[in-house]
Design a protein around this ligand. Sequence first.
Ligand code: KIV
Length: 275
Amino acid sequence: MSKQTRTTRKTVKDIAAAKGGTPLVMLTAYDAPTAALLDAHADILLVGDSVGMVVHGLPSTVGVTMEMMILHGQAVMRGAEQAFVVVDMPFGSYETNPDQAFLNAARIMKETGCQAVKIESGAYAAGQIAHLVERGIPVMGHVGLRPQAVNIDGGFRAKGRTEDERERVIAEARAADSAGAFCIVIEGVAEDLAAEITAEVSCPTIGIGASAACDGQVLVTQDMLGLFDWTPKFVRRYADLATEISKAAAAYAEDVRARRFPGSAEIYSLRKPAG
Ligand code: KIV
């Protein structure tokens, strides 16, 4: 049996079984070495379309393409060995109808080897989710603040702050759950709404800016590592990599300019002839 066949990766069953238990740990990953570092600590690695913003410098996730998601998905699958890997379906790849969603989701699954896809699931997406699940593709839903809807919302705004909006987010979550999503990301909502959804749906919920009332948490890894000078209110920085990277680059530049780098330990020298 090949190594791939014998994988000890977490499965969709492990994730679904975590409902109400020890909170699930999810982080985003976009490249192989970072995925390898995060792998031991995360239950789920999400190849999020946030890659467009935090790696490619786009103003939103709207410009992210299938090709970008596939390339980053392949890299993460090479780096991670045990985490369950989910790849985001980019804007425009699933909204038209269930057939479009299946063709693109199947392409992502085949070309990356990932275990599931994520769909930003307005209530309309229930048809897409059911269609994919019936055909063998596990789907993670994503409700509340949906970054791909930034142009309708006029910015990245918390959701569920009016009664109407609250009902809409609950309806989105119910729709994703009854369509067969194995897990639902809840983004940018108040604690009581996250708690209500988590209590109602049968699958685990994973919060981002949605309080500890969810069955798990996700953060964008670059935010959590402190790579940016601005992050949303809900991010906790566990490191200050921006400062570390600047300090390292400045020290390297000084050494190069002062001819201190490379030193004698960092150069090749002629091999002495044998004998
Ligand atoms: O794209 C992404 O990183 C996401 C998470 C923020 C949930 O969707």
